[in-house]
Design a protein around this ligand. Structure first.
Ligand code: G3H
Ligand code: 13P
Ligand code: ZN
Length: 336
């Protein structure tokens, strides 16, 4: 049965991005797959009065089940009314790869979709994205497109020059497709190993400093499509305390390097209106679960390890909204 996101109490990303651009902050897009992540995102954003995007990959949609997901989103919207009555959120498909998937999400309550045609030629990317935009806009759903390829977690080479977004393409892409926002590639990548140690320099305290993001590309993009909302994927900072906790509790996460928070904050002050965070949430959950099991090997009540993990994720989200996105306290401005 088809359902509109409006019937679930959700919003698309249009007004959020407009306000984020004006107010020089970014809307956090947190990925989720299960109830604990959903609880942490909703309660963390409610507490910090931050607008937010609940983000679901096609893998997460399969994992959670698409029917259940619709009711999870509706439940999240009801919970939010209790926790922070004026706040609203968008439900967004992350890295959609086909028109059929995007249509299916739109028909089951998503208020926003990403069509990631970045692995196609420019022409094919335009064609695919345009079709998604036509269907989405008929349903008042917003669309994120992508130009430039981010390195994946499985790739050997991270953000080689040829994968950066080419600023000279963005104007034509936006005009021809009608997208509402554009993901660009300026040196971020997915996962917990965004850079190789050899790419980094040593800071005064011995920590590894990754090469800076290509703000020059971002500035060039901003000049060509002034006022247009830009999206940053692969934006986890790979919080050291979680990596350390995992490794001291029997885990083995090696050479984990993320994007420094100051650079993300700088990006959030620019035309970047949406920042995607998944890996940091995964690391936070895994760190606490591992620690609970290490400290108490006899534990087998899921609430005793998923509960503290959920609470840590919530605390991480509150900190991100305050210190990285700059989105804390903006709920009343957008929806109040
Ligand atoms: O960009 C990818 C997201 O982190 C989602 O990852 O496809 O494993 O759910 P996933
Ligand atoms: P991270 O792997 O850096 O969290 O990026 C997540 C992302 O871009 C989801 O689309
Ligand atoms: Zn992504």
């Amino acid at each position: 049965m088809k359902v509109s996101y409006k019937d679930l109490g959700l919003v698309n990303t249009k007004e959020m991005f407009r306000q984020a651009f004006i107010g020089k902050f970014a809307i956090p897009a947190y990925n989720f797959n299960n109830m604990e992540q959903l609880q942490a995102i909703v309660s963390g954003c409610a507490e910090s009065d931050s607008p937010f995007i609940l983000q679901v990959s096609s893998g997460a949609r399969k994992y959670a089940n698409q029917t259940l997901l619709r009711y999870m989103a509706q439940g999240a919207s009801e919970l939010l009314k209790e926790l922070n009555p004026h706040l609203k959120f968008a439900l967004h498909l992350d890295h959609g790869d086909t028109l059929e998937l995007c249509k299916s999400c739109i028909d089951t309550g998503f208020s926003s979709v990403m069509i990631d045609g970045s692995h196609h030629s420019f022409k094919d990317n335009v064609e695919l994205t345009k079709k998604v935009v036509q269907y989405a806009h008929d349903h008042d759903v917003t669309v994120e497109g992508e130009l430039g390829v981010l390195a994946g977690i499985e790739d050997d080479v991270v953000a080689a020059h040829s994968t950066y977004t080419r600023p000279e393409e963005v104007e034509e892409f936006v005009k021809k497709t009608g997208v509402d926002s554009l993901a660009i590639s300026i040196g971020t990548s997915h996962g917990a190993n965004k850079f190789k140690p050899a790419q980094c320099t040593k800071g005064p305290d011995g920590t590894l400093l990754p090469p800076p993001l290509r703000f020059d590309i971002l500035e060039e993009v901003e000049k060509r499509i002034p006022g247009f909302p830009i999206v940053l994927h692969g934006a986890s900072s790979v919080v050291a305390k979680y990596v350390d906790m995992i490794n001291s509790s029997g885990g083995k996460i090696e050479n984990a390097i993320g994007i420094p928070e100051e650079q993300l904050r700088k990006a959030a002050r620019s035309a970047v209106c949406k920042i995607n965070i998944d890996s940091d949430g995964r690391l936070a959950l895994t760190a606490i679960i591992r620690k609970v099991f290490k400290d108490n090997p006899k534990e087998f009540d899921p609430r005793k390890y998923l509960g503290p993990a959920r609470d840590e994720l919530k605390a991480m989200i509150v900190a991100k909204n305050n210190n990285v996105l700059g989105s804390a306290g903006k709920g009343k401005i957008i929806f109040g």
